[in-house]
Design a protein around this ligand. Sequence first.
Ligand code: BES
Ligand code: MN
Ligand code: ZN
Length: 511
Amino acid sequence: MKISIDTRTAQEVSADLLAIPLSTVRGRNPKLPSGLASLDRSAGGPIRAVLANRDFSGKAGETLLVYPTSTRSRCKRILLLGLGNAASVDAESLRRAAGRAVSQAGGKRAGRVALMLTDPKLAGDLDNVQALAEGAVLAGYRFDDYRGKRDSDSGPVRSFSLLLGREAPAREARAAASRGTILAESQNVARQLSNEPANFLPPVELARAARSVARETGLKVRVLDVAQLKRHKMGAILAVGGGSVHEPRLIVLEHRPSGSQPAGKRPFCMVGKGITFDSGGISIKPSAGMDEMKHDMSGAATVVGAMRACALLDLPYPVVGVIAAAENLPSATAYRPGDIVTAMSGKTIEVLNTDAEGRVVLADALHYARTEFDPCAMVDLATLTGACMVALGRFATGLFGNHPQLSELVRTAGDSVSERVWPMPLLPEHKDEIRSQVADIKNAGVRHAGASTAAAFLWHFAEDTPWVHLDIAGTGWTSKTGPYQPRGATGVGVRLLLELLRDFDESRLEA
Ligand code: BES
Ligand code: MN
Ligand code: ZN
């Protein structure tokens, strides 16, 4: 989808669908903003008519399609979109409105869409412009590569132009729209990887996908195969990956800023759980819903998408992405309950449940990230526990960490891009809970506080590096569609990470 800023007026632009977000309208004969009044006149007055009939009130989520009656009109359809109360309109309201515009246009096979902001205050805010681009690109995503085309299928929206009015600063608006486009396309890359079924995306294919993103964007990439994992003594990821004919891999993506940057800056590091399919292994899962476990590499997918965005936005400091990719299957070579495995750090892990595999692979990924790159901070993303899903549902990502300032930065970044995260407890007691009688730690404790004990396990490997763990078990995919969200993978975390890194500086971690 091509996103553009168009400085012309709505009457001058030809479009298959012109979307107009409006906040709550009062009375039958409200005063229309001048741009809207003249557009309505040139269209033969359909907007005045629906307002006079009170067929549209502007409440959040409301949509109404109206048709120009004048032959002078250059747009075929006008879609009114409710934003809700003017005072509470924010970037997310506009992200949603743009998403609704694109979804409705797709259903009508309206390939050229324009969206007009009638309120100069909204149009002047660059975060709003960015959010509109995001909503449009995100809503344009479909996972339909494996499906033959049908007559009933909607047509893709090809172009989306933003009409911001004469006063809006066009150059800055173009930069904001381009940033939003990069972020949303990167989130779509993450969604696509997460949606790919496990037979098409085993660890080796995930590595290939990471390589091709790296080639396109100028990231550096390194993939450790089994021989190299053995050389690094990564006994944890090797144990989990040992049950499948599809070998495990450790994937490393590196962004080095272009231009002259002060050398020796410590990188920011993101780490992703990349279980390409989680059957549970020998501790096998019930079959109902097991298909969803193709998404168990959503953390890894987010890391690939976010690293892509880091490169395309050319962030001014180094960022590293580390992915632990493995398939968790039962077989004659699978790791078993009772096994004791030695992680790269030297810590021994008693395996009590082979279905608690995410923390095991992350043990090696976190230790590798720390020791190889000496990061100033690490954030890991993982579809780690059913317990986190029970606690927070699909409404928030669970946040755990060892560094209050970093946790707070992550939380506020999530809030500002509408990828909500919720602070969860991580206590020394949770660490005690996973002490083993026969090894240093065990990979599963009692059921209670399951999301926290999983985080405590990771803490053993993050050690004293400032670190946040995001449990995206409930937010990584969804069976409910949203204004810019189809069923399936969400790509959650891409926008959050890039917002966190927007003006990140090591000094912000100091109290
Ligand atoms: N990938 C699952 C967690 C999960 C469950 C994510 C449902 C999304 C939806 C993880 O590997 C797992 O199986 N965790 C176990 C841990 C338990 C055995 C200690 C769980 O949460 O039940
Ligand atoms: Mn599992
Ligand atoms: Zn898992």
